[in-house]
Design a protein around this ligand. Structure first.
Ligand code: CP3
Length: 353
């Protein structure tokens, strides 16, 4: 099927575009009153994820309001450990929690193999439905957590301030750590390939907790498994390449290694200057990012100024997908998102003149 707006795909393939494309991590979420209303109808966040019709509805909500150039699947990275029997639940204001935790080799060995088509059929149904409802408007992004990021939640049993248990686990018993990560890398590869089969046109791996590791530990416990995933992904579907974005939060030190992983795009958080990132790896991969999400709390003038500064820092030429450096936060004024999206399109068009 013909894509009417293929700017994001073109930018990911480092082809010329009329204006810089933009989407936003967590673009479907709590800052939107219509999202909160649909979540209420569903019952809770996981009920929303497990209901393909409602997941589709919230995935499309930001596209009704704003000129985003891509849609992202509405789901969560923690669906994989949930489907492996870890018992995911959310209590309002507390973030994710698991009923079971991974604390020993025996726990790792007991983890079942994931069959994404059946165990996570609700995700595939949501992908297919969103794709159908998009009807070629913009491409659909599928996603997964990195094996390390999933392992952190499975070992800790929740979010953490210091990641003490997750680090203790890999340092005390690297063999069990590697078995867990190998199982997760297999699961993630199959999960993303199934999303591609269901209609995802781009995939992103969220290595949200990669940046808490030392360089050598990140290479050993996170990058190695992301590389394995990238190598195992379907490279093409429906006669088009399926680009893969790797987003390691606080991964600015490791850009060369991310670019050499085989991915098509490096996602950047806001701590790195995008112009410097471009001079380091911009000839190898596209770049995605990287405005500090907190800029959206500032005035419209300040938002436009920051968007302009990032566009200038990237400079002319292809290979930039504009995004925030991490997800939008729930307290942002929805009107400020319109200012952000329109500024990316307007100011990048001007820069080209
Ligand atoms: O970007 C999108 O719009 C797609 C949907 C999406 C969600 N989670 C929906 C969500 C994506 C891509 C994710 C990824 C995700 N989930 C990550 C990696 C990205 C990142 O932010 O670093 C992580 C670490 C998770 C795990 C997770 N899920 C956490 C820590 C939380 C709680 C966050 C908080 O602020 O309380 C969630 C819940 C979650 N996932 C919400 C949404 C919209 C909020 C749930 C609600 O409605 O209350």
């Amino acid at each position: 099927m013909k894509l009417r707006n293929d700017r994001v795909l073109r930018a990911l393939n480092r082809q010329p575009v009329d204006v810089t494309p933009v989407w936003m991590m967590r673009q479907a979420g709590r800052y939107l009153p219509e999202y909160r209303a649909t979540r209420k109808r569903a019952g809770g966040f996981m009920d929303l994820c497990r209901n393909p019709q409602l997941a589709c509805e919230v995935a499309l909500q930001p596209l009704e309001r704003y000129a985003f150039d891509a849609a992202i699947l509405f789901s969560d990275i923690l669906t994989i450990p949930d489907a492996m029997g870890q018992g995911l639940y959310f209590t309002p204001g507390e973030g994710p929690r698991f009923r079971k935790t991974i604390r020993s080799m025996a726990d790792v060995e007991a983890l079942p193999e994931l069959d994404p088509a059946s165990d996570l059929g609700y995700v595939m149904d949501a992908v297919a439905l969103i794709r159908r409802e998009l009807d070629g408007r913009v491409p659909l992004i599928g996603f997964s957590g990195s094996p390390w990021t999933l392992a952190v939640y499975m070992i800790e049993g929740s979010g953490s301030k210091d990641f003490r248990r997750a680090k203790q686990f890999i340092y005390n018993d690297p063999e069990a750590g590697h078995l867990l990560l190998r199982k997760l890398a297999d699961a993630v590869t199959r999960y993303l390939n199934e999303q591609i089969r269901a209609g995802a046109q781009i995939v992103q791996v969220f290595d949200t907790w990669g940046g808490i590791l030392s360089t050598s530990a990140w290479r050993e416990f996170s990058l190695a498994y992301m590389r394995q995933i990238v190598q195992g992904l379907r490279k093409e579907n429906e006669g088009r390449p399926v680009p893969c974005i790797l987003f390691t939060k606080q991964g600015g030190l490791w850009l060369e290694e991310i670019a050499a992983s085989g991915c098509q795009c490096a996602g950047l958080d806001w701590t790195i200057d995008i112009g410097q990132a471009r001079s380091r790896i911009g000839s190898q991969v596209a770049l995605q990012g990287n405005m500090d999400p907190a800029v959206l709390y500032a005035s419209p003038e300040a938002i436009r100024k920051e968007v302009g500064a990032i566009l200038r820092s990237f400079g002319p030429g292809p290979g930039h997908v504009f995004n925030l450096g991490h997800g939008i936060t729930p307290e942002v004024d929805p009107d400020h998102v319109a200012v952000f999206v329109d500024a990316v399109h307007e100011l990048s068009a001007k820069q080209r003149d």
